[in-house]
Each structure stands twice: as C-alpha cells, then as structure tokens.
Design a protein around this ligand. Sequence first.
Ligand SMILES: Cc1cc2nc3c(=O)[nH]c(=O)nc-3n(C[C@H](O)[C@H](O)[C@H](O)COP(=O)(O)OP(=O)(O)OC[C@H]3O[C@@H](n4cnc5c(N)ncnc54)[C@H](O)[C@@H]3O)c2cc1C
Length: 344
Amino acid sequence: MAKLVTIVGGGLAGLTLGIGLRQRGVPVTVWEAGRYPRHRVCGEFISGEGQNSLARLSLLAGLQDAGACSAVSAAFFSGSVKIAAHALPTAAWCLSRWMLDDWLAREFQRLGGELRVGKRWTGEFGSGMVRASGRRAQPVAGGWRLFGLKVHARGVALDADLEMHFVPAGYVGLCRLAGGEVNLCGLFRSKTTVPGLARHWRDWLGGPADSVLHSRLADANFDDESFCTVAGLCLQPRHAALRNECCVGDALTMIPPLTGNGMSMAFESAELAIDPLARFSSGDLTWTQAQQEIATACDHRFATRLRWAGWLQRALFQVPGRATLLSLAARPGWLWRGMFARTR
Ligand SMILES: Cc1cc2nc3c(=O)[nH]c(=O)nc-3n(C[C@H](O)[C@H](O)[C@H](O)COP(=O)(O)OP(=O)(O)OC[C@H]3O[C@@H](n4cnc5c(N)ncnc54)[C@H](O)[C@@H]3O)c2cc1C
C-alpha cells in the first residue's frame, strides 16, 4: 500500500508539492495553520525557473484564469530620481497571494488531497513528513531587524509593470495586478524594534515627501483589509544537506526578496521533491534516501543564485554599495540582464 506523505504548511511550496504528488496518485495530507483566502507579505511578482515548474505541473492555465497577468517592464527610482527603465529579460507573472494560495488550495483538494485548514502541526518531523512551513523567524540578523509590509491600492499610475523605489531604510516594489490594482510591498531594516506598524505603515511604504514614490501614492486608494506585515526575516542562506528534516520553500532557505525569486524557489523545490517522495511512497526509496535526494537537488539548483542574491542584498543596503549599483543599473543592458539571470 502507498505510504502517506504529510506536508506541514499550505503555502506555495506545500500546496505545489501536494498537487504534484496527487498527480502521481500519492496519498497526501497538508496541515495549514491559517485559512484561505488570505493576504501575505509578498511582492506578488513571479519570476524565474519556477514558472517552468508551474507549466510542467500543468498549473499555468489555471493561474491565468485566476487572474495572473504578465509583466514585461521594470523601472528603478531613488528618491526623486528615475534611474533606469528596462524590459524584463523574461516576462514575469503577477498575481495576488489572496488569489494564488486560494487557487492552489482548491486545486490540491480537487485532485483528492486532504487539506486540514486552521490546524497547526505541533508534532515531530519523522518519516514521510515534509516541512513547508515558511521562513524561520530570527528577530535580529547581523544587528538589524528586517521586516516587510504590503498593501494593495487603486489609483496608482506606474511607468512600468514593476517599479522599484529605493528609500533610506530599504525599498518598496510596486507591481501591477489585474483589474487596476497595484501591490505595494516593502522590505525595511531597523536597529531597534518598530512598534505600531499597523498604524504607521504609510510612513514606511509612502516614501520621503520629495520622492517619486510619494507622488505616485498621492491619489492612492488603499485597501486597508489587504495590509499585512512580517518581521524576523533572516536572509542567511541555508544548505538542505545540513538539515535533518525534509524541507521545501522558505523553510529550506530564503532568497532576498529583492530578486522576486522566492515564490519561484518554492515552486522549484516542490517540483524537485515530487519524484523522490513518490518513490518513497511506493517503497522504492527509504525515507533517508528520499530526503537526501531532495536535499542534493535543491542545494545544486539554488547555491549560485543564493550567493549572487546575498551579495546584491548586502550591496543595496549599504550607502556606497547602493550608489554604485544604482549608477551601474542605469547603464544599458548587459549588467541588468546579467544580474537578472544570476539571481534566478
Ligand atoms: C517583503 C517580501 C517581499 C517578497 N516579494 C516576493 C516577490 O515579489 N516575488 C517572489 O517570488 N517572492 C517574494 N517574496 C518571497 C515569497 O513570499 C516566499 O518565498 C514564499 O511565500 C515562500 O513560500 P512557502 O510556501 O515556502 O512559505 P509561505 O508562503 O510562508 O507558506 C508557509 C505556510 O505554512 C503555514 N505554517 C507554518 N507553520 C505551520 C505549522 N506548524 N502547521 C501548519 N501550518 C504551518 C503558514 O500558515 C503558511 O501558510 C517576498 C517575501 C518578502 C518577505
């Protein structure tokens, strides 16, 4: 009899893995602490090899039906200055997490997966258990507290499908969604705790008074219900081979959000885990063999991009590094295309 696979976490990695396993006829249960639909802190910009993972799992058409739209251009701003505008070397997909997670959850159930919604797993991670529970919280990393904020708005005119605005404490990405909505999502850092974010988020996401970001939002109509925040982010890369649990998505390692590649890594790691887990379920691999195969495949796939993304993140959060990088970004073509390729 096929062995059950239990996935802890019904985010992008857990649900994609659950779908892939159900497509192979594997019995799967997903435990999800939250409920659907729900907003998540995310730039909602899907870019990278994970788009091909979705296509191979026959999920692209469904996501388009759920409202995914294509993004083909990006523009970069620092304060009051537009630094550069580029075509994206490869088109990205933009879809709200409200729609995306909900659609994947329904697809998993349609394929016969058991979804335990509102149930937090508190047990051990033994044989047949996959951790897809998202980032591991770390309040302070390298002396800094990293936190993310996101909100949807209407009435925001953009120059490009994706705009990146660099502000003193971090950056804010504005991404076009379907139906005239725009997603605002920022990553910031602070040496001290930042109380009252639920009341003061406009001070962070709105940018300095003389910035292009600030003027973009002058007539914005914010959807307050969509506001969410996440703190305790740790962007230190982790190796799967050093873990004693089977992990996918952010639970394995986080790539700096600036790259817009975290969702892709969730889809890719899920896809890499399907075949070893299906062979574990049918008795062709032991649990240790399956876990090692997944860890080796993930480390091999992600090591280079994590190195480049870490370097980019460090440079952009230091004043001299940021100035140099932004001036290089203004140059035509090759540098931008090179960084884009190496971080996905
Ligand atoms: C500021 C910011 C901006 C970002 N922008 C982008 C972007 O533009 N593009 C991009 O590709 N990526 C972006 N990302 C990254 C992206 O959001 C993540 O990489 C992606 O959500 C990871 O998916 P996941 O399934 O691993 O984790 P999650 O989506 O976090 O899902 C984990 C799930 O596990 C559940 N869970 C946790 N513990 C338990 C438990 N014990 N029992 C049951 N359930 C549990 C949680 O409720 C959650 O639903 C951004 C991240 C941040 C912080």
